[in-house]
Write a protein that binds this ligand. Structure first.
Ligand code: ADP
Ligand code: MG
Length: 237
């Protein structure tokens, strides 16, 4: 207990909410399955970053959570590993199934970056990821969706377009992540985000990440999540 408090003080971590679990300080303690540990080791990662230490036990417990931490703090893996573990515990995709995990991101560049990380860790264990974003050929994205994607990393406008034209569906989606939620709102994606989230079952698990914590984000969080646990890193409260 005191160790946890000392760690949180040193790392400037504040946790609020029902799933206030202690951080995991070593990859070995995290309960990360063997099918992922090989890739973690191959990537040369020695210890989890602060946001990873504190997010994994909460996300892996099935709780909704939001992480507020600056850029470069390792948020991608904080949600990509729990996404893959969630997917590996589900029955595999059948033809016509949409994604099990949906990750929303504000820009094409970011969607591609997240897709690369999801593929790096997912591919070795058979988890397929596709990125969908505007300003690029739709046919390739549709083809990848038809072949079966466990994870879709998407900019909101293009994903909504593909749903509305029947190219994919969110009937099987049980894991939702909003990455850089503050930037998505700044870019005016709130209507599209609300339409997408409205199609996903209520008993999903939802994770939200952002660098800042303005009123608009707090509203979105309370609309999309059930008593989320909040992680603030670096005096962002
Ligand atoms: P954020 O989304 O918070 O801006 P990223 O997820 O993009 O941060 O990660 C920033 C960098 O840190 C990336 O280059 C990534 O490869 C690296 N990284 C992530 N996790 C670890 C770790 N546990 N140990 C070392 N480097 C890491
Ligand atoms: Mg990021």
């Amino acid at each position: 207990e005191q160790e946890v408090m000392a760690w949180r003080a040193e790392k400037e971590v504040a946790v609020q909410g029902p799933a206030n679990f202690k951080p995991i300080l070593q990859f070995m303690e995290a309960g990360i399955p063997d099918y992922l540990m090989g890739t973690v080791t191959a990537a040369g990662y020695v210890t989890p970053t602060t946001i990873q230490s504190q997010s994994w036990p909460i996300a892996l417990s099935g709780a909704d959570m939001q992480g507020i931490a600056r850029t470069g703090s390792g948020k991608t893996l904080a949600f990509v590993l729990p996404s893959i573990i969630h997917i590996m515990a589900q029955p595999d995709l059948r033809p016509g199934d949409g994604p099990v995990a949906v990750i929303l991101a504000p820009t094409r560049e970011l969607a591609k970056q997240v897709q690369e990380v999801a593929e790096q860790f997912g591919k070795p264990c058979g988890v397929n990821t596709v990125a969908v974003y505007g300003g690029a050929d739709k046919r390739a994205q549709i083809g990848a969706l038809e072949r079966g994607a466990h994870i879709v990393v998407a900019c909101p406008g293009r994903l909504l377009d593909l749903i509305q034209s029947g190219r994919t569906n969110l009937h099987r989606t049980t894991f939702l992540i909003l990455d850089e939620a503050d930037r998505m709102l700044d870019m005016g994606f709130e209507p599209q985000i609300r339409k997408i989230v409205g199609q996903i079952r209520q008993d999903r698990q939802t994770l939200m990440f952002s660098a800042t914590w303005p009123k608009e984000i707090q509203k979105l969080a309370s609309d999309f999540m059930k008593t989320p646990t909040q992680i603030f890193i670096g005096n962002q409260e």
